[in-house]
Write a protein that binds this ligand. Structure first.
Ligand code: 13P
Length: 253
């Protein structure tokens, strides 16, 4: 079964709710009718409800950028899987490097959140990736292996089809330094091979693995032609209708 490409926009902590609605209304117009690419936007929590109403019944799907692993309770500041689901989220980004770096996310908390997402029928987009120091020390594959094994030990051959993995080398995020097509492909291939070792070839061949880190309209097609790259998790370039539209239309000239 061919893997359907995914283009996801991670808005991070950008836009006001009004600006977010304007952005997604523009995207909805320009991207209507595209069904061979899974299109996802991940606005801040405060925008989910309004953006969710705009994209309802459209080809644009909604994701949150994080969530609590708990359903409810005394967890000030947290947002639960039930809450994001109620406003239309079918996806949740988990373990983004910015959450690992600034907010103490660990492989253990990633695993807890992935488990919660799967229990609630929300597709986790699980982020992994090495820092510059780790790449320079030739530790990339070790780091990836640790993050995969540590954060994903709740996965089985059965639920692997319900997740998306995003490889985001930390040194390529927001820096304008994209991994070369070959660097990205090498790591994607390693991820798929590792999943095959853990869960079998068939299911690992169905798992979507996205690349993230300075993806722009002019580098997306090169990345997307790599055999193990199934899509992109886009930060900065997802904040403008023009550039996100071009990235989604990577396979149309
Ligand atoms: P940039 O595309 O801005 O480098 O961000 C990538 C990213 O972190 C997406 O989650």
């Amino acid at each position: 079964m061919a893997r359907k490409p995914v283009i996801a926009g991670n808005w991070k902590m950008n836009t006001t709710p009004d600006e977010g609605v304007q952005l997604v209304e523009g995207l909805k117009k320009r991207l209507s009718g595209i069904n061979d690419v899974e299109i996802i936007v991940a606005p801040p929590f405060t925008h989910l409800s309004r953006v969710g109403e705009v994209v309802e019944k459209s080809n644009i799907k909604l994701s949150s950028q994080d969530m609590s692993p708990k359903d409810s309770g005394a967890y000030t500041g947290e947002v639960s899987p039930l809450m994001i689901k109620a406003v239309g989220c079918q996806y949740v980004i988990i373990g983004h490097s910015e959450r690992r770096l600034y907010f103490g996310e660990t492989d253990e908390s990633v695993e807890e959140k992935v488990t919660a997402a799967l229990n609630h029928g929300i597709t986790p987009i699980i982020c992994i990736g090495e820092s510059l120091a780790e790449r320079e020390a030739d530790q990339t594959l070790n780091v990836i292996l640790t993050q995969l094994k540590g954060g994903l030990s709740c996965l089985t051959a059965k639920n692997l089809k319900d997740i998306i993995i995003a490889y985001e080398p930390v040194w390529a995020i927001g820096t304008g330094k994209t991994a070369t097509d070959e660097q990205a492909q090498d790591v994607h291939h390693f991820i798929r091979k590792t999943l095959a070792g853990l869960f079998g070839e068939e299911i690992s061949g169905q798992t979507r693995i996205l690349y993230g880190g300075s993806v722009k309209p002019d580098n997306v097609s090169g990345l997307m032609t790599q055999p193990d790259i199934d899509g992109a998790l886009v930060g900065g370039a997802s904040l403008s209708v023009e550039s996100f539209e071009k990235i989604v239309k990577f396979n149309r000239s």
